[in-house]
Design a protein around this ligand. Structure first.
Ligand SMILES: Cc1cc2nc3c(=O)[nH]c(=O)nc-3n(C[C@H](O)[C@H](O)[C@H](O)COP(=O)(O)OP(=O)(O)OC[C@H]3O[C@@H](n4cnc5c(N)ncnc54)[C@H](O)[C@@H]3O)c2cc1C
Length: 398
C-alpha cells in the first residue's frame, strides 16, 4: 500500500481554508496558521457587511478583476453560484442584496460562517496547526516555528501558499512572507494600498461643520473612469464605495507623477439644462433648496467656486456637475481593505503553481491582482483556491 501524499497549506485565511476544503480526503492535508485562530481577516470583513461574493453575471464578474481576465478560467471553474451552492451544502445560506452583493442570511453572524467552515475542515480530517509561523521554504519542506520558538520541519508532496496581502496586520496578513522568497527567482511586486480612502486637505472650518457627513448619490470620476455611489467626509479626506473603485486610477496617476485629481458630480442623474431649469427663478441663497443639496454639499461646492461663479447660474450648475479635488495621497496600506502587490502573475502557471517550483502553488491576496469591494475579493480568493485544489486532486494516481 502506498502512503498518503502530504499537502501543506500555509496561511489559514479565506483562500487557505477553501483550498483545504476542496482537496481530496485521499491526501494528508495540513493547514498552518501563525495566529492562534483561523480566518481572522474573514471576521474583520464580516464586521462591515459581509459580502461573501457578488452575484454579478459572469461577464461582469470576470471583467471586475485586474489584470483583465486573469481569473476568467478560474471563475468559470468555481463561479459565485458555485460558491453559494457549496456554502449552502455545508449549512451556510446566503441571499443577494443591493448591487448583487451576497451576504449570509439575516441573523447569521460572520463567526458562525467561519465556525461552519472550520467544522467542515475537522470533518474532512484536515490537520490544523495553529500558532505556527512559516519561516523557511524549499522544494520539499517548510520550516515552522511554534509559539515557544521550537522549530518543526514539515515535508510535503505539494505546498499551497495562502499567506495573504499586507493590510490589517493584526489579522496576521503582514506581508512578511516575502522574506521566504529572498533567495529564490520569484518576482515579488511591492505592496500598495487598494480599496482605501484618500487624503485631502480640508480646511478646519469645513471639517468642523461637516466631518462625518455622507455625500449620497454622487458620481466620482478620475480620468475617464466614473463610479456612482456614496462618499463619507472624514477628518483625513474621503472614503466609501464611490472612492474605493477609483483608487486604481489614482495610484497610477501618482506613480506617473501626474496630479491625482478626482471630479465630483453631485447630480449625476441631471443634465446641466435640468439643473438650470430647477434654479431658474431662485436667488443664489435658494439654490440649495431648489437642487436639494445639503449644507455640506453646498459648502464643498463653494470651496471650489469663486463668488462670481456662484452668482452666475450657468457657472454654478457647472460646478454642481463637476468640482475637481486634488488628492494628497492614498491612505496607508495598513488600513486599506486590500492590497495589490505580492507574487507577480508572470511567475505563475495557469493553475497558479510557480513556474520555478511547480509543486508549490499560490492563492488569494498574496498574488498581485486587484478587484473592487462588494464580494469580488473573497470570490477571487475562493475561485483560485478551487482551481489549485482541483489541479492537485488531478495528480492523484487513478
Ligand atoms: C475591513 C475589511 C473588510 C473586507 N470586506 C470584504 C468583503 O465584504 N467582501 C470581500 O470579498 N472581501 C472583503 N475584504 C477582503 C478579504 O477579507 C480578503 O481579500 C481575504 O480575506 C484575503 O484572503 P487570503 O486568504 O488571501 O488572506 P488572509 O485572509 O489575509 O489570510 C492569510 C493568512 O496567512 C497567515 N500568515 C501570513 N504569514 C504567515 C506565516 N509566515 N506563517 C503562517 N501563517 C501566516 C495570516 O495570519 C492569515 O491568517 C475585506 C477586508 C478588510 C480588511
Amino acid at each position: 500500500m502506498t502512503s498518503k501524499k502530504t499537502i501543506v497549506i500555509l496561511g489559514g485565511g479565506a483562500a487557505g481554508i477553501m483550498t483545504a476544503l476542496h482537496l481530496s480526503t485521499l491526501y494528508d492535508v495540513y493547514l498552518v496558521e501563525q495566529k492562534k485562530t483561523l480566518g481572522r481577516k474573514l471576521l474583520v470583513a464580516g464586521k462591515g457587511g459581509f459580502n461573501l461574493t457578488n452575484n454579478a453575471v459572469q461577464d461582469k464578474l470576470v471583467t471586475s478583476y485586474h489584470p483583465f481576465s486573469f481569473l476568467e478560467a478560474s471563475l468559470h471553474q468555481f463561479s459565485a453560484q458555485d460558491l453559494r451552492a457549496f456554502l449552502q451544502k455545508i449549512g451556510i445560506d446566503t441571499f443577494v442584496g443591493s448591487s448583487n452583493r451576497v451576504f449570509p442570511v439575516e441573523g447569521v453572524k460572520p463567526v458562525e460562517v467561519l465556525n461552519d467552515l472550520i467544522s467542515e475542515l475537522t470533518k474532512k480530517g484536515v490537520h490544523i496547526l495553529l500558532n505556527h509561523q512559516v519561516v523557511g521554504l524549499n522544494q520539499s519542506s517548510v520550516l515552522l516555528l511554534n509559539e515557544s520558538n521550537k522549530e518543526k520541519k514539515l515535508s510535503f508532496d505539494y505546498c499551497v501558499l495562502a499567506l495573504g496581502g499586507a493590510s490589517w496586520s493584526k489579522t496576521g496578513s503582514n506581508g512578511k512572507w516575502v522574506n521566504l522568497f529572498r533567495s529564490q527567482k520569484i518576482k515579488i511586486n511591492t505592496f500598495e494600498p487598494s480599496n482605501c480612502g484618500v487624503n485631502i486637505s480640508w480646511s478646519n472650518s469645513f471639517l468642523k461643520s461637516h466631518e462625518g457627513k455622507p455625500l449620497k448619490n454622487i458620481a466620482i470620476s478620475v480620468c475617464n473612469f466614473k463610479v456612482k455611489g456614496e462618499a463619507l467626509i472624514t477628518s483625513y479626506g474621503l472614503e466609501g464605495n464611490a472612492i474605493y473603485p477609483i483608487v486604481k486610477e489614482l495610484r497610477l496617476l501618482i506613480k506617473n507623477h501626474e496630479k491625482p485629481i478626482l471630479k465630483v458630480d453631485f447630480k449625476p442623474k441631471n443634465s446641466l439644462e435640468d439643473l438650470l431649469k430647477k434654479i431658474k427663478n431662485s436667488k443664489p441663497s435658494q439654490y440649495a433648496k431648489a437642487l436639494n443639496l445639503g449644507s455640506h454639499e453646498m459648502a464643498l461646492i463653494k470651496q471650489f467656486t469663486s463668488k462670481e461663479e456662484f452668482l452666475d447660474p450657468t457657472s454654478f450648475v457647472k460646478k454642481v456637475k463637476e468640482i475637481s479635488i486634488l488628492v494628497k495621497s492614498l491612505r496607508s496600506i495598513e488600513e486599506s481593505i486590500s492590497t495589490v502587490g505580492g507574487v507577480a502573475l508572470e511567475n505563475l502557471n495557469n493553475d497558479f503553481s510557480l513556474k520555478e517550483s511547480p509543486k508549490i502553488y499560490t492563492v488569494g491576496e498574496m498574488v498581485d491582482w486587484d478587484a473592487p469591494t462588494g464580494g469580488f475579493l473573497l470570490q477571487g480568493c475562493f475561485s483560485m483556491a478551487y482551481t489549485v485544489a482541483n489541479a492537485i486532486n488531478l495528480k492523484l494516481p487513478s
